[in-house]
Design a protein around this ligand. Structure first.
Ligand code: HEM
Length: 535
């Protein structure tokens, strides 16, 4: 086989399991030093159910990360700190006595930030935490070790089979698509050496991997109930961006990390700017689909903007200008999700975009002019067929995924919760003085933060939606409140917070996101761009 400049291992990608680690994730940090973390995880669901998490986390010592040495240990630390942190912030399903917490105690925030810096991702729940680093093999002797039926999760928030299954579908898709990643590299080297058979054969393997992904995706319905997903699971996966209605108008302050400057403690405005805003967990944070997009040359444009897929002319130009890097997908939401991927995986996507010219190769080999002048031969017909078959698998995956979003988000939101939530008097966790709350609240509507931390140093302004983490109160998105007539922002009651946290659908049945754009519109556009990439 000819040379391919990329090696999966250089990016923490497993040749056998793709973006999952080759060895199953650690089930425990064996150094007894970390026992305070592990002993909470031993009874995590019970503690969460019985409202013990906040007390236990506050009582936890601040542990150093110095005793973590392997990548697997860091990954385990990240996963368990993520579970504890989100359980701490969101409390027990919006129980009456537990509104969302705007503060993460130093026992979580200090090690969590240190571990996330090591892994080069944001300290917030992400796909890697709940899927990539959260699985086990059930039967070591099974014929197909990584079949979804032979996998289990290590941790869930709710202790439900539905939540396990929700993660397992993604985990199994990752595992089954690993051959597709190897095939991408093989196709790249085939292009380098102008070996049309190798490129075609690699495309066959990519489309087989994607066929598996389609099949596994549809199995979501088997064991994950949309009601449970929407009303029980999803709220724990939410982040702290655009969560004013859910009780987090400024995001979350990572105590001991962002408030160490004593000046800020005397100055509330300055302190509020230290709050972090992060999107929550979503399978959109898997590098897998983005890797296939890049490999197949599918371009995604900002939501609402129509763009063209590359033509033969552009393919010629790109090949002439070897070495000039291909810009990342222009859809800022997809680009933004890369900050929630481990560093190695993110760098792989960047380098893949610079290296991969499969679409250009197919376009040039199978251009219409060649077809019309009779130069076409069987190898070229086959190349085009297999390339288009990959696109069809990607399109079909996205089509199924849109239907899934309709069944798991839109329908349950429309039907409402069947659980009676009694009206309770507002209980505030906010310790910020009311007058400062008023100013900051007004400020956040008049000048919405550009994303990332308040003060906007990391994430670009993005009008694209992120409904899984949005409070989605239709009123606030459609009609900003009259900030001048507001005296003190109402602290939502926990029961209202719960409803708002889960509710992301307006009366017109549109899932709204950060900038008021529409999730289904985004997903349909991404699907259409995939379909339009056929050659
Ligand atoms: C109950 C199941 C699921 C629901 C309700 C769901 C929901 C959503 C929603 C609302 C979005 C829009 C952006 C966001 O909010 O993150 C999205 C995007 C996305 N989801 Fe899912 N999702 C589900 C399962 C999956 C699975 C199993 C995968 C694959 C591993 C997946 C992969 C993606 C990807 C790659 C995107 C980005 C858009 C794209 O590239 O097509 N999702 N999902």
């Amino acid at each position: 086989m000819s040379y391919c400049p990329l090696r999966l291992e250089d990016y923490d990608i497993s040749p056998v399991h793709g973006f999952l680690p080759t060895q199953p994730p650690l089930r425990r940090l064996t150094d007894l030093y970390y026992e305070p973390w592990e002993s909470i995880m031993d009874k995590f669901n019970h503690y969460l159910l019985g409202h013990h998490i906040r007390r236990l986390v506050r009582e936890m010592p601040i542990l150093s990360t110095d005793k973590l040495s392997t990548q697997a240990e860091y990954q385990r630390a990240f996963t368990i700190l993520s579970f504890m942190a989100h359980a701490f912030v969101w409390g027990r399903n919006g129980a009456a006595s537990e509104p969302a917490s705007e503060f993460l105690p130093p026992s979580i925030s200090i090690p969590w930030v240190a571990v996330s810096e090591y892994l080069q991702l944001n300290p917030v729940v992400c796909c890697a935490a709940v899927c990539h680093w959260n699985w086990q093999v059930l039967d070591e002797n099974a014929e197909d070790l990584m079949s979804i039926d032979n996998l289990g999760t290590l941790h869930t928030f709710t202790g439900s089979m539905d939540e396990s299954w929700f993660y397992l579908v993604t985990i199994a898709i990752e595992a089954k698509c690993a051959p597709g990643l190897n095939a991408i590299l093989s196709a790249i080297s085939g292009v380098e050496s102008n070996d049309i058979q190798q490129v075609t054969q690699s495309l066959v393997q990519i489309s087989q991997a994607l066929r598996e992904a389609n099949y596994i995706l549809e199995r979501m319905y088997e064991n994950c109930d949309p009601y449970i997903f929407y009303w029980k699971i999803r709220e724990f996966l939410a982040g702290w961006e655009n969560m004013a209605d859910a009780g987090l108008p400024y995001g979350v302050l990572y105590e001991g990390v962002d408030d160490t400057d004593t000046f800020s403690l005397d100055n509330w405005q300055s302190l509020i700017r230290r709050f972090r805003k992060y999107a929550g967990g979503s399978a959109a944070q898997t590098p897998l689909l983005q890797a296939f997009d890049i490999a197949l040359g599918i371009k995604h444009y900002p939501t609402g903007k129509r763009g063209k897929q590359s033509s033969v002319e552009e393919a010629r130009r790109t090949l002439r200008e070897q070495g000039i890097s291909e810009p990342p997908p222009a859809n800022s939401y997809l680009v933004r999700m890369r900050d929630y991927m481990p560093g190695g995986h993110r760098h792989f996507l960047q380098d893949l975009a610079e290296t991969c010219r499969i679409r250009e190769y197919v376009l040039l080999k199978c251009s219409d002019s060649l077809l019309h002048t009779g130069f076409i031969n069987d190898a070229r017909v086959l190349l085009r067929k297999e390339y288009n078959s990959c696109l069809e698998m990607m399109r079909s995956f996205r089509e199924k995924h849109i239907m899934m979003v309709t069944r798991y988000i839109i329908a349950p939101a429309r039907n409402g919760s069947s659980v009676f939530v009694p009206a309770v008097a507002p209980v505030s966790s906010h310790v910020i003085p009311p007058e400062v709350q008023t100013q900051a609240f007004a400020h956040s509507f008049v000048h919405p933060p550009p994303g990332g931390r308040l003060g906007g140093d990391s994430l670009p302004a993005d009008p694209t939606m992120y409904p899984q983490t949005n409070k989605g109160g239709s009123g606030s998105l459609k009609t900003p409140p009259d900030v001048h007539s507001r005296s003190v922002p109402q602290t939502p009651s926990p029961s209202r917070e719960k409803a708002r946290l889960a509710r992301t659908v307006n009366d017109d049945s549109v899932i709204r996101g950060t900038g008021g754009t529409d999730a289904i519109q985004f997903l349909k556009q991404v699907r259409n761009e995939t379909a339009q990439s056929r050659v």
